[in-house]
Write a protein that binds this ligand. Sequence first.
Ligand code: SF4
Length: 391
Amino acid sequence: MRKKKYLVSFPRLGNYVYPIYAMLNRIVDKEITDILMPKEMTSKTIELGAGASPDFVCLPFKYNMGNLIESLNQGANFLLQAGGGCRYGYYAEVQEQILRDLGYDFTFVTLLEPEGLDVLKLYNKFKLLNKKLSFAKFAKEFLLAIDAIRVLDNVETYIRDNYMYEVKKGSFDKIHKEFLDEIMKVTNLTKLNLLKKNTYTKLKNVLIKSNTKDIIKVGIVGELYTSMEPYSTFFLEKELASLGVSVKRYTTVTYLLFIKKWKIKKHIKYANKYIKYALGADGTESVAHTLELIDKGYDGIIHIKPFGCTPEVNAMPILQKISDEKNVPIMYLTFDGQTSMTGIKTRLEAFYDMLVMKREKQNNVTTLTSVKQAKETNTLPYKKDDYEFQN
Ligand code: SF4
């Protein structure tokens, strides 16, 4: 499929692929470079990735490997990898070596340095794809992509927070789809600001239910990759939506890049009854956000992590202590290449029914519907495929 000197590709992570793809298209020299959107995740992705990865390595490594192999098989010869953060910071070198051992020939570029983002070094890496790229142009396009990611996160967070409360089914999905189409076409800050303004207006105009007391609310905390790549959790948020559960999660790229660093001390202070030091990766956030969600009246918490994720394993006994003391249920889900979708679905339904029973007992009412009753009466609020937001 490669017609030019370079065919560039990168691993998938939720809908962030759209602003990244758009930015690459704006900065490369089109005479010599094409951009390949990484394939949608399928079971083949994890099969390929797991087959080429050491068994013990954590799940994001395997998914990334699957994405990269699929792109290489389509002719990609210039691969971008994010790098940075936890063990993830060491993935790139190992992945590059494994792929070379498998016989692929490519250029491999890691975007983040071990100490974080270095814009000058990043610029020099992108110059490989466009010798005429000036620093000013690169900085402009890079900042535009960052802004686009920020807008994407704001739009998706708003939709996630309000999805269960829309009066007309599909209102948010329609806006979300239009937004994703448009974000690919944004070429400057003025257009992005216009898109942002129009999308926010549309979102605010969606009619929201006035009576929301019968809706069960669940917070999702845990490791970043499983939080942001829906395929890795079998579309957990989608499954919850099909049960009528309102979902809150804080972890987004904007959070990780711009908020996390400044909030860590606040988080430790807020959760000082349970933690004295940072737990590494997203462990501190898992604890602090759990407390915050409980304080905000969420019915339950779902903690997610890839198999073997040490920072999240460290957070789990603390979360259990919080759960016992605050009397709020926490369900722990661990994902690896072998996890079964049916198993996850069954556990989610059981967790939901437990939250319903707990709420009814607390309020001394029986107004909520169990999953079994909803299935029998065909009153589940969303069919899974109706929910297009997490795609
Ligand atoms: S946070 Fe967990 S899953 Fe992510 S790189 Fe670190 S150990 Fe692996």
